[in-house]
Write a protein that binds this ligand. Structure first.
Ligand code: 13P
Length: 251
């Protein structure tokens, strides 16, 4: 039985003061025991947030990590082993902002995915199509290719210890949400692609939806059979709004 997960991606937002306030707000939420909750602060604040949430069930993840698992000479990067050592549990791999703005390729993302797992972090692989790709009818082809990149390199069993987030690029930060049915269709296709090789892995993997999720639309999205929760951007920067989205996942 898959447990719903609600994850907040804070992206490159936050100051010392705003992070302290958000962490304090999150620490006061009363969260259903049936769901998993995670937040992904900017790397700079990971330690503080881990300390601030130590007495809660909220786990902390990183938004990015290095292509090699262990610490070493790699200027500007953070090793998965370092993240694990300070108490991180998860890491986002392949967010569209990193694929598109930074130019991370599938090949680089494969290395990051493997390095994260080698250090004991659970990767949250982000996949999704652009508006042009959707309009050209290429959604399932694009998402399928992003998924195949990992499957071809490491086998489908890599997803026995990973989460997948479907985030249509056109829905991120735009206020445009995929309809519950549009999201469900892609989630079902992702699960089928995994099931073609391993039914048990497909059945167990948590598939999150991301893209303009807020308290007002969360329940409807999370009610779909293959949507196991959400990866929340903007709305995760407000503890009350994030708490309301967590309640939608818990019901
Ligand atoms: P928004 O919820 O702000 O659209 O962002 C979604 C996202 O990119 C989460 O990773």
């Amino acid at each position: 039985m898959r447990r719903p997960m609600v994850a907040g991606n804070w992206k490159m937002h936050g100051t010392r003061a705003s992070v302290a306030e958000l962490t304090q707000g999150l620490s006061q939420l009363s969260l259903s025991s049936g769901i998993e909750v995670a937040v992904f602060p900017p790397a700079l604040f990971i330690n503080t947030v881990i300390d601030g949430l130590a007495k809660t069930k909220i786990v902390v993840g990183a938004q990015n990590s290095a292509v090699q698992s262990e610490q070493g000479a790699l200027t500007g990067e953070v090793a998965p082993s370092q993240l694990a050592e300070v108490g991180c549990k998860l890491v986002l791999i392949g967010h569209s902002e990193r694929r598109q703005v930074i130019g991370e390729s599938d090949e680089v993302l494969n290395r990051k995915f493997a390095a994260a797992q080698a250090a004991g972090l659970k990767p949250v692989l982000c996949v999704g199509e652009t508006l042009e790709e959707r309009e050209a009818g290429k959604t399932l082809e694009v998402v399928g290719r992003q998924l195949s990149s990992i499957i071809d390199a490491f086998g489908v069993s890599a997803f026995a210890n990973a989460v997948i987030a479907y985030e249509p690029v056109w829905a991120i930060g735009t206020g445009l949400t995929a309809s519950p049915q549009q999201a469900q269709d892609v989630h079902a296709a992702i699960r089928q692609q995994l099931a073609a090789q391993d039914a048990e892995v497909a059945e167990g993997v948590q598939l999150l939806y991301g893209g303009s999720v807020k308290a007002a639309n969360a329940a409807e999205l999370f009610g779909m059979p293959d949507i196991d929760g959400g990866l929340i951007g903007g709305a995760s920067l407000n503890a009350d709004e994030f708490g309301a989205i967590c309640r939608a996942a818990g019901n």
